[in-house]
Design a protein around this ligand. Structure first.
Ligand code: CDM
Ligand code: ATP
Length: 297
């Protein structure tokens, strides 16, 4: 018997970053939107805890106990006194180290899959607690849809979304390290008083009404200057998508994936074609949002 769970990628439609905290994390007002690019996690009883991975970028995914999916299985097993003898297969479609929470998706997916396989009956709050231990983005991978993340991004308030948004994602060659991008943010703000992060009312309204023009006007990512500083060529990708008619363009989370909001599905297809032909990215993907959170198939 095995259990398969599908988990979406995310884009941050607002990523407001505060000053660095004593624990090294940054306080955030992080508005997550789940998008329809998915990893699938399958767990099967086995003699010991093992991990395999297939799909684009699979060779960059660790297969040892540092894999967030393996850590999720271990944390759930430890909490419920279970032997985590399970094989976890990750079928990857979310760009690896792309700022789209791929590893976080695998952590949330493995957690939900093991919970079902082992019939732990864990309350949702316990699952969300384990997710927060795994990483700041992991609770959102479980929940999906749209949510405001406060604290280091792990404390979620679900947000209403009034329509379907059409996105294009330009996947860059190679990844960017999330800690390195936050460090670059700190370097760029050295000596500057960083104000406390707050969610933008205009952005929350745009999500609620489902108006892509209003959302485009409100998109903001405070990590974008840091990602561009580490990877200046991303500016060419952003410009190419904007010239192709995107309503707005921004770096997705810590990058290097760039995200383009389109007015409709046709425009998204055209923007993706132009990006692909431009040579300014490795590949371009279209996806709709919001997407549901981790779901047992
Ligand atoms: C950039 C985002 O993806 C936006 O959603 C997240 O803030 C990053 O979330 P994540 O990858 O789940 O990050 P974690 O695994 O919790 O932390 C990795 C590293 O990112 C930095 N980090 C992360 C979250 C946060 N609020 N402040 C930070 O400074 C820290 O250096 C931390 O050691
Ligand atoms: N299941 C996993 N899938 C991918 N990477 C993983 C996984 N578990 C651990 N990692 C490690 O995490 C690093 C970041 O990969 P990931 O795909 O999660 O980045 P990301 O999408 O930029 O993350 P985020 O958007 O949450 O900051 C990888 O380089 C890899 O070493």
């Amino acid at each position: 018997m095995s259990v398969t769970v599908r988990v979406p990628a995310k884009v941050n439609v607002q990523l407001a970053v505060g000053g660095v905290r004593d624990d090294g994390y940054h306080d955030l007002a992080n508005v997550f939107l789940a998008v329809g690019l998915y990893d699938e996690i399958t767990v099967t009883p086995a003699d010991s805890l093992t991990v395999s991975c297939s799909g684009p970028g699979a060779d960059q995914v660790p297969l040892d106990r540092t894999n967030l999916a393996a850590r999720a299985a271990e944390l759930l097993a430890a909490r419920y006194g279970i032997d985590p003898a399970v094989h976890i297969h990750i079928d990857k479609d979310i760009p690896v180290a792309g700022g789209m929470a791929g590893g976080s998706a695998d952590g949330a997916g493995a957690l939900l899959a093991c919970d079902a396989l082992w019939s732990t009956g864990a309350p949702r709050e316990d699952l969300l607690d384990i997710c927060a231990d795994l990483g700041s983005d992991v609770p959102f991978s479980l929940v999906g849809g749209a949510a405001l993340g406060t604290g280091r991004g792990e404390r979620l308030t679900v947000l209403p979304v009034g329509g379907t948004f059409h996105w294009v994602f330009a996947v860059a060659e190679g990844g960017l390290s999330t800690p390195a991008v936050y460090r670059e943010f700190d370097r760029l703000h050295d000596g500057v008083d960083v104000p406390p992060p707050v969610a933008s009312p205009l952005l929350l309204d745009a999500l609620r009404t489902g108006d892509p023009g209003a959302l485009a006007a409100a998109l903001v990512n405070d990590l974008q200057p840091a990602a561009l500083s580490l990877r200046p060529a991303l500016a060419d990708t952003l410009r190419t998508g904007t010239d192709a008619g995107a309503l707005a363009a921004l770096v997705s989370g810590s990058g290097p994936t760039t995200a383009f909001l389109a007015k409709d599905a046709d425009a998204a297809g055209q923007i993706a074609e132009t990006l692909l032909a431009s040579g300014t990215c490795r590949t371009a993907r279209v996806a709709e949002a919001p997407a549901p959170g981790a779901t047992i198939l």
